[in-house]
Design a protein around this ligand. Structure first.
Ligand SMILES: O=P(O)(O)OC[C@H]1O[C@H](O[C@H]2O[C@H](CO)[C@@H](O)[C@H](O)[C@H]2O)[C@H](O)[C@@H](O)[C@@H]1O
Length: 385
């Protein structure tokens, strides 16, 4: 399989996984730009194929079997047929057409930059940034997903003008050790571990809060227990990796032979059976295990806005940039509030609650730099400097 095909396969799988999290009926939003409700036919096929991906941790046998099937759908035969279907569709040009129509619904945040900034008039921008796939490129080894110095500098500059939070599936300690900026808010473990800046915020309009919120702390012992079981149970599968994200766990299969994906899924399921209070979701070639509590990146975004004093306030424009299905919870919150914009990082058409898009971390870097330049320019023109 060529590298291009492998990318395509992952992107198709990810697109479908993302689709599974989105309700069939989109709510009505009067907020520009127009929101996506339907996509092209090739996309709908994949959506149907894997629509059972978001599954509970135990108890319900049908759901448990469904997640095994979902893994099978990512296994060689099915995945190849999905990739083959995608290639056939591409040859008809339908993927290109889908992408073009999708881009009309989710325009580039770079080419729509002026429009975005116009919406921020009289409002305080608050920036939310996912980490993997947004600030850092996706790589094989999760321990080596470093962000570039240029990206760090851009985030630092953004944070010097706007309250800025990193919202990640990783544990707060790990993601902050990658980002290395103490002036940011961090919401690790998919928002279940929220910490405020170490040295306050430089933003004069915002009161600095020493935020600390851990809604899943009672799950710490069970997460540790499951971590140990998963390490033991999966150690015979070469390339698999269990990552302890403190309030949640990741079982990576990016480096596992496709023929072993089903076996890995079965092993994870065998452990999960004993823990009905944990649930399983999927990310980019990763199975994620987390408490069943109603808390996610969207709730973390709301919590941070409230902590910053923006609850029920119209003078704020939250911007959230993310690439993963877990970021959809935050995009949806922004939609439902009719406030701010979600920006999805993706090179392919995906059903999403985001308003705008960026193709890859390199474009995220450009966007962050534009934001800083725009802010500096507006301060200069107002004689603030
Ligand atoms: O919310 P995020 O900051 O996007 O974190 C989501 C998961 O990201 C990491 O895994 C992903 O990136 C790895 C490094 O590029 C890649 O190897 C893996 O396949 C991806 O799934 C992280 O390791 C996970 O713990 C996060 O949950």
């Amino acid at each position: 399989m060529t590298k291009q095909n492998m990318l395509m396969q992952e992107e198709v799988a990810v697109a479908v996984v993302a689709a599974a999290a989105i309700p069939e009926t989109s709510p009505h939003f009067s907020y520009p730009p127009p929101r996506s409700t339907t996509l092209g036919s090739s996309y709908a096929k994949y959506k149907k194929l894997l629509s059972r991906l978001d599954l509970g941790g135990g108890g319900d046998a049908a759901r448990a079997n469904a997640w095994i099937e979902s893994m099978k759908a990512l296994s060689p035969t099915q995945a190849k047929s999905a990739a083959a279907a995608a290639r056939t569709a591409a040859s008809r040009g339908s993927i290109d057409e889908d992408y073009e129509s999708w881009m009309k619904l989710h325009p580039s945040a770079l080419s729509s930059f002026e429009e975005l900034m116009a919406a921020s008039k009289g409002k305080q921008i608050v920036m939310f940034l996912d980490y993997d796939g947004t600030l850092s490129p996706i790589v094989d080894d999760p321990d080596r997903a470093f962000m570039s110095d240029e990206m760090r500098e851009a985030v630092r500059e953004v944070a010097s003008h706007f309250p800025t939070a990193i919202v990640s599936g990783r544990c707060t300690e790990k993601v902050s050790s990658f980002v290395k900026l103490s002036e940011l808010y961090y919401a690790g473990s998919h928002g279940m571990d929220i910490k405020g800046p170490n040295n306050g915020t430089k933003c004069s309009t915002i009161k600095a809060h020493n935020v600390l919120f851990q809604p899943a702390s009672e799950f710490l012992p069970v997460i540790d227990e499951v971590y140990k079981s998963l390490v033991e149970t999966t150690k015979s599968i070469p390339g698999s990796k269990v990552e302890n994200n403190k309030f949640c766990l990741s079982v990576h299969f990016r480096c596992v032979d496709e023929k072993k994906w089903s076996l890995l899924a079965e092993k994870v399921r065998s452990v999960m059976m004993d823990y009905p209070k944990l649930r399983l979701t999927h990310g980019r070639k990763v199975l994620e295990i987390r408490p069943t509590i109603k808390w996610d990146k969207g709730k973390a975004l709301e919590f941070l806005l409230k902590s910053l004093g923006f609850d029920g306030c119209n003078s704020v424009l939250p911007l959230y940039i993310g690439d993963d299905r877990t970021d959809e919870d935050a995009f949806k919150v922004l939609r439902d509030r009719g406030q701010g914009f979600g920006i999805l990082v993706s090179k392919i058409a995906k059903e999403t609650n985001a308003s705008y898009s960026l193709k890859e971390p390199a474009e995220v870097l450009k966007f962050l730099r534009c934001l800083v330049e725009w802010k500096q320019f507006s301060m200069d023109s107002q004689g603030c400097n």
